[in-house]
Design a protein around this ligand. Structure first.
Ligand code: ATP
Length: 311
């Protein structure tokens, strides 16, 4: 398990800054073994910073990050359990895939040449070409193969599927799931493609401006919200009426006599509160993870300034 407990990260001010910057503010998340965990967040939220801390690149300013009970920052043993694919592949520019294979085989005792060769040949990547001559997507494919071949217990992919075309995204996702399921490994992926995180992961967390908004099983997250459509017989539904019925209304709009609202809470809990108004139309549909992402950030004012300027 990866146990992120009350973690704060402060970047001390450099000569160009007037003050230090709090990139992560008291974050706590538990990542159980054998799951695929999605990291979601607005731009600059702190996802990459947290990933770097999880593989021991940065120490915590306060709090702790433990991998299987060992504090990661000072521990080669804990660092050896996690493979981090970041969004830069520049360090491999002069490598051919053969060099990449030898490089990782020398660092990771469990490295599997069989897995590496099998996946590289499946993807039809050229073995003798320098990676500087690879396309962005080909580089991405190569480092994902390297990550899977190292057979670490934990794998982290930052901006997981960046640069991959839709067909290749599907192939790589299937490859990841097949390889992970074979050995019960744990994967942590960040992506701005919320639908993809929804499809691939069983758990997810959302951060914004260094603060944790939620971290849970995706089914639980989704059952925490619903979208309701409602029409009354002789009067128009208002947001105030919904709130007086005990609902936490995150968004309210109306088209003709039909009101649509996003409320916090499950449909099972919310609908009975509205039935007392004797509506002529009342139905609830689940929210997608993407809608929840947008609404959670909207209520925190994210993008509000930009949208106001656009009007
Ligand atoms: N070395 C650093 N020194 C100072 N500030 C930093 C440093 N690294 C990151 N930051 C700041 O920390 C914040 C979080 O950055 P981070 O890269 O972790 O965000 P992110 O969630 O991965 O963003 P994105 O989705 O845009 O890639 C940003 O405001 C960034 O400017």
């Amino acid at each position: 398990m990866i146990d992120i407990k009350d973690v704060t990260m402060v970047f001390e001010k450099s000569k160009d800054d007037t003050e230090s910057f709090v990139a992560l503010d008291h974050i706590s998340i538990e990542i159980p073994e054998g799951c695929i965990y999605g990291f979601l967040g607005s731009n600059g939220a702190g996802k990459s910073t947290l990933m770097r801390m999880m593989c021991g690149v940065y120490p915590c300013s306060s709090g702790s990050i433990k991998i299987d009970g060992i504090e990661v920052y000072d521990s080669p043993e804990a660092k050896g359990k996690i493979f981090f694919v970041n969004d830069e592949t520049i360090q491999y520019a002069n490598f051919t895939l053969k060099d990449l294979k030898n490089y990782y085989a020398s660092y990771y005792p469990e490295f599997s040449g069989e897995v590496f060769d099998r996946l590289i040949s499946k993807l039809e990547l050229p073995l003798n070409k320098r990676m500087s001559q690879f396309s962005k997507g080909m580089k991405r494919q190569a480092v994902v193969v390297a990550a899977l071949s190292c057979k670490t217990k934990y794998i982290m992919l930052d901006e997981a599927f960046d640069g991959l075309d839709p067909a290749m995204r599907k192939i790589i996702k299937t490859m990841i799931v097949d390889e992970l399921m074979d050995r019960g490994a744990t994967m942590i992926v960040s992506s701005h493609n919320v639908a993809e995180i929804n499809e691939l992961c069983d758990r997810a967390m959302l951060i914004h401006q260094g603060h944790l908004i939620f971290a849970d099983e995706i089914d639980e997250i989704k059952s925490g919200f619903c979208k309701i459509q409602l029409a009354l017989k002789d009067t128009q539904m208002t947001k105030e009426m919904a709130e007086q019925s005990g609902l936490e209304v995150m968004q309210f709009s109306r088209l003709g006599s039909v009101a649509q609202m996003i409320v916090r809470g499950s449909a099972e809990n919310s609908l009975p509160r509205l039935r007392v108004l004797s509506p002529v139309l009342l139905e609830a549909v689940p929210l997608t993870l993407e809608e929840i992402f947008i609404y959670e950030l909207e209520v925190r004012g994210y993008g509000a300034e930009i949208l106001r300027e656009d009007k």
